[in-house]
Design a protein around this ligand. Structure first.
Ligand code: ADP
Ligand code: MG
Length: 776
């Protein structure tokens, strides 16, 4: 069955060499109860460890069922210990944080026996050793004799052919010792039992064969045996611990040290907490900055007007520093006037603007000076109304205000979403009554934050109101206004001048008349974007375009084009005034201004570059100059935020590394503490890999726990942080933990902790099983 051939094992410590096995040759029968007697330090344990594959011999050979073990690999030894050998130790070596059942099952767990089968065999073994009643206790609740019975049950649960016992009764009283001896003798009827003892009486009373040992050599053998050469008939079933078993072992171990585990998890989570809080804050600040920037951009669009100011010429227009000696005067324009530049907002320029990439600037507002002939049924009859906010009752109304009132210029044009839809209105305005506009003929009323509306807008719309008067939403929403074409609206008098018709009722039903509806009342969403659109009526540029199309070739426009005098008043006009009259009559299709709303601060540069490209290679007079109101308000704040975040994350990362080192130390301590357990697991056939796995599992639990705990605490911290920030800055909900960040942080914590604990885990795996079991 087992044969030792010239086994030598020397230990050299310093200058002295101990011959623990000094050329030992002995053979054992398949079934016998062998007792090994000898003084302390004679090499008994060493021999048992070599036979059991816990320790390696220096030279000689160990034959198992005729198979030489000279070429055994680690995996073969592991499998041999697991399949063929059961160990019983003087100090029982139960794993205290596991239940009795789990202890007994461990060897089978390592060899992958099914749960049901394990349970059955473990129960059988426990019944066999007489522990039927105590099966469900924990190891600490047992007496020494009972613990040794559990250890015996563990040793025989896998039904090994060889049972090795190292002073099994050494720690027991004589009565209990006798019971254990009887049990072992019983077990020896089915297998080979080799028992080391220092008690000659027990040896002689129970054993079949007594071998006396001294100085690493066999002195006497009561029943020597010579094994006949036999063919190799030894098969091994290799062991493998599942990740689940590793997790369970570690979880149970951690559970027994709740306080320390909590402190470890807490300390390790500090790194995660700080990173999570920094990320949550920067996340929120970035959102806030983006929002502020987009609001700033909405209130300060890139504007192109009919007249621009060429700042570059203002800069270069340097005055001569010296006094003139000339005896004449030169007529010159002022610097400001020189800088005046007339933009030709031609059809081709509008096309160019149209071609601008939509992602850079989604919203563009094109304003025309075109007026609208509006009438509204007030009470029983129709009245002339307008979208203007000029005071209709003012006696000091200037000429252009009068013109605008009489020709129906007024109201604001809101930007059109170039992809369709109302993204501008929907982003910055909320509906407080009615709905957002849907069609070209839908117009809206824009009110101030306090729901106030320009009284002149109301008066011009035909409402009779006094200052401070309150109007119901329903009085305004749904109001219909008729838009009349020039040819219907103006009658040509015999004198050649034009005059608005007096019979307004008939105009309401004229074929070209369109009905405009006030669909909703809008108010800015954020106080920062207040005043984007003036209080009053707002409509889409498409409405103006349709008016232009209807009136471009009307009789009054043709007449005004041909006449130097105003065709309504008959007064003489200069070129500028004539042009503005023509414009308000709808005879000029160039816009008065174009407003471009870049999608973001970064993209504004692209928009400006696009506009600059138009001017390239063009004569000065053909260039178009824009005004960038947002100007120098750059995205520096965003960059600064990034920099601060990096610095803070770097600091937080240092604490993460610190906690990783801490976990490594904790794991190392745990390795030291669990040395015995490592020895036991190895005696039961655990591979090096399995031991690593147990400690990796422990650090996995700690790392994952720390990560999870960390983000929960960080998340909880966002509430007080937000309330403090709200108090200090007035911003609400700044700190927001991004779920993606949270998940990534848990993963990072887990990985870093496993990395930190892996080195001690490897150290644990490399521990010599024989030395580990000798540890006290
Ligand atoms: P026993 O079990 O008979 O008391 P051991 O087999 O434990 O004896 O030890 C035999 C001898 O080998 C002792 O002198 C012991 O000090 C020595 N020894 C055992 N293990 C080691 C070791 N790892 N390093 C050095 N000496 C050892
Ligand atoms: Mg010993």
């Amino acid at each position: 069955m087992l044969e030792l051939k010239h086994i030598k094992k020397y230990y050299t410590v310093g200058a002295t060499t101990t011959k623990a096995q000094d050329d030992v040759s002995v053979a054992f029968r398949e079934q016998e109860f062998v007792a090994i007697l000898g003084p302390s330090g004679s090499g008994k344990t060493t021999m048992l460890n070599i036979i059991g594959g816990l320790d390696r011999y220096d030279s000689g050979d160990l034959l198992i069922k005729g198979k030489s073990t000279k070429d055994f690999k680690d995996a073969d030894w592991d499998a041999y210990r697991n399949n063929s050998v059961g160990f019983i130790f003087q100090s029982y070596n139960l794993i205290s944080h596991l239940s009795i059942m789990d202890n007994v099952e461990m060897g089978m767990t390592l060899s992958g026996v099914s749960a049901a089968e394990k349970k059955r065999r473990a129960e059988d073994a426990l019944i066999r050793v007489g522990l039927k009643e105590h099966m469900h206790k924990s190891p600490q609740q047992l007496s020494g004799g009972q613990m040794q019975r559990v250890a015996i049950a563990r040793a025989i649960a896998n039904d090994p052919e060889i049972l090795l016992a190292d002073e099994p009764t050494g720690a027991l009283d004589s009565e209990t010792s006798e019971e254990i001896m009887k049990l072992i003798r019983d077990l020896a009827k089915e297998r080979l039992v080799i028992m080391v003892t220092h008690n000659p009486d027990l040896a002689k009373k129970y054993a079949d064969r007594v071998i006396e040992f001294a100085d690493g050599q066999i002195q006497r053998d009561s029943d020597p045996y010579a094994e006949a050469p036999q063919a190799d008939q030894f098969k091994l079933n290799h062991t493998k611990m599942s990740y689940w078993t590793a997790l369970k072992l570690s979880y149970n171990n951690i559970r027994t040290k709740k306080g320390r585990t909590f402190l470890t998890v807490f300390a390790s989570s500090i790194g995660i907490i700080s990173i999570a809080v920094v990320l949550a804050l920067s996340n929120g600040f970035q959102k806030q900055i983006d929002k502020t920037q987009s609001e700033a951009m909405a209130s300060m669009p890139v504007t192109i007007s009919q007249t621009g100011t060429d700042t570059s010429s203002m800069m270069t227009g340097t005055k001569t520093k010296t006094f003139s000696k000339a005896q004449h005067i030169t007529a010159e324009k002022s610097d400001a006037e020189k800088a005046q530049h007339t933009n030709k907002l031609s059809a081709s320029y509008l096309d160019y603007i149209d071609q601008m990439p939509k992602k850079d600037a989604k919203n563009i507002a094109v304003t025309y000076g075109t007026g609208m002939n509006l009438i509204r049924k007030v009470g029983a009859s129709y009245k002339t109304v307008s979208f203007s906010t000029a005071d209709p009752d003012s006696s000091t109304m200037n000429y252009s205000a009068m013109m605008s009132a009489s020709t129906g210029v007024g109201g604001s044009v809101y930007p059109i979403d170039r992809n369709g839809g109302q993204s501008f209105l929907k982003t910055y305005y909320k509906v407080i009554a009615g709905a957002y506009p849907k069609t070209t003929t839908d117009v809206v009323l824009v009110v101030n934050k306090d729901n106030s509306l320009d009284i002149n807008a109301l008066k011009n719309l035909g409402f009779t109101t006094k200052e401070g008067q309150q109007l119901k939403f329903n009085d305004l929403v749904g109001t219909k206004v008729q838009l009349v074409a020039n040819d219907d609206y103006y009658a040509k008098l015999p004198t050649g001048t034009f005059m608005p018709k007096q019979q307004l009722d008939a105009l309401a039903t004229a074929p070209k008349t369109k009905t405009l509806t006030i669909t909703g009342i809008l108010r800015v969403k954020s106080k920062n974007s207040d005043g984007l659109l003036a209080s009053g009526v707002a409509y889409s540029a498409a409405l103006t375009k349709s008016v232009l199309a209807a009136n471009r070739d009307s009789a009054i426009v043709s007449a005004q084009k041909a006449s130097a005098a105003n065709v309504i008043t008959g007064q003489a006009m200069n070129v500028t005034t004539k042009n503005s009259v023509l414009t308000s009559l709808g005879g000029v299709s160039t816009p008065t201004s174009i407003q471009i709303y870049p999608t973001s601060f970064k993209l504004k540069d692209k928009v400006l570059a696009y506009l600059d490209r138009y001017n390239q290679g063009k004569a000065k007079a053909d260039q178009v100059i824009y005004t960038d109101l947002a100007g120098t308000v750059s995205d520096m704040t965003g960059g600064l935020m990034d920099a601060i975040t990096y610095v803070l994350v770097a600091f937080a990362a240092i604490s993460l590394v610190t906690s990783m080192i801490m976990i490594a130390i904790i794991t190392y301590t745990s390795v030291l503490e669990r040395t015995k357990e490592i020895g036991v697991l190895k005696a039961l056939g655990a591979r090096k890999k399995d031991i690593t796995r147990v400690f990796d599992a422990e650090t996995f639990i700690l790392g994952f726990g720390a990560g999870l705990f960390g983000i929960i605490v960080a998340w909880a911290l966002t509430f007080p942080i937000n309330s403090v920030l709200a108090g200090v800055t007035g911003l609400s909900g700044v700190a927001q933990l991004n779920p993606v960040h949270a998940i990534v942080l848990v993963i990072i914590s887990t990985i870093l902790t496993i990395l930190g604990g892996h080195v001690p885990a490897r150290m644990a795996a490399k521990k010599d099983a024989a030395i580990a079991l000798r540890a006290e």
